[in-house]
Write a protein that binds this ligand. Structure first.
Ligand code: PLP
Length: 248
């Protein structure tokens, strides 16, 4: 608990400094504490320290931890559950039941599955479209590695947004991206910058009423993401240490 408090303070300071350096208000940056692999008791400790946004990437884990935290802190706890990973379509219904924000719409099929279940529940789920800017084959998300010049990629993006506009249960909140693994700093910076430019382009192109939020930046690179305009950073290891040993 003491260790967690120390780490939380350190992450806060990093956010503060990065925001200041970028001339931004730190209050405009949401820290999503990535609790995947950690037991619900760890989330409860994080809650007691003041954390409210939690990120999970497995439907089963979310379905276990959500009720646990609700029992402990009530339905008005203020907890916001972010689902941050790719989801298999047969598990989309679980995500629709328990998540409050979904960061990784990477194909139409998932949007459809989510929508069906949300309609049943009478809920809506704000979403981020996941975009693959770096072009790394291992990355999920819509292909956007040449979005500035590639008409096919641009058309695909317009179509995604148009489809989502017909799904009122899935309000489009922003774009999500992942930096290339272990890439040099300038390359990571470029990926984040290009994601922000893509968000601006889409907003104008699709005449969106509000700017798109930007979910980007993790433990090793969130300062770069904040410099490029991130509104949501997803931080695991800097808060909780390396993944829980039982992580498979
Ligand atoms: C695990 C994970 C994170 C957090 O990564 P850390 O390096 O632990 O900060 C962020 N985003 C996604 C999609 C993840 O799966």
């Amino acid at each position: 608990m003491k260790e967690l408090a120390k780490r939380y303070t350190a992450v806060h300071q990093r956010i503060q400094q990065a925001a200041e350096a970028a001339g931004r208000d730190p209050a405009d940056i949401t820290l999503v504490a990535v609790t995947k692999t950690w037991p619900a008791e760890v989330i409860a400790a994080a809650y007691d320290l003041g954390m409210r946004h939690f990120g999970e990437n497995r439907a089963e884990e979310l379905a276990e931890k959500h009720p646990f935290l609700e029992n402990q802190f009530g339905i008005n706890s203020g907890i916001v559950w972010h689902f941050i990973g790719t989801v298999q379509s047969r598990k989309a219904a679980t995500v629709a039941d328990y998540a409050d924000v979904f960061h990784a719409v990477d194909r139409f099929k998932i949007a459809n599955r989510l929508q069906q279940q949300l309609a049943k529940n009478g809920r809506s789920l704000p979403i981020f479209i996941e975009v693959n800017i770096s072009g790394e084959g291992s990355k999920a998300g819509f292909d956007c590695n040449q979005w500035e010049t590639d008409a096919t990629q641009q058309t695909a993006l317009r179509k995604v947004v148009q489809s989502l506009q017909t799904m009122p249960t899935l309000p489009l909140h922003g774009l999500m991206t992942m930096a290339p693994w272990g890439a040099p700093e300038p390359e990571i910076r470029t990926v984040f910058e290009r994601t922000r430019q893509l968000a601006t382009w889409l907003q104008e192109e699709m005449r969106l009423k509000r700017p798109l939020a930007l979910s980007m930046g993790m433990t090793d690179d969130f300062e770069l993401a904040i410099a490029a305009g991130a509104t949501h950073i997803r931080v695991g290891r800097a808060l909780f240490g390396d993944r829980h040993p039982s992580f498979k």
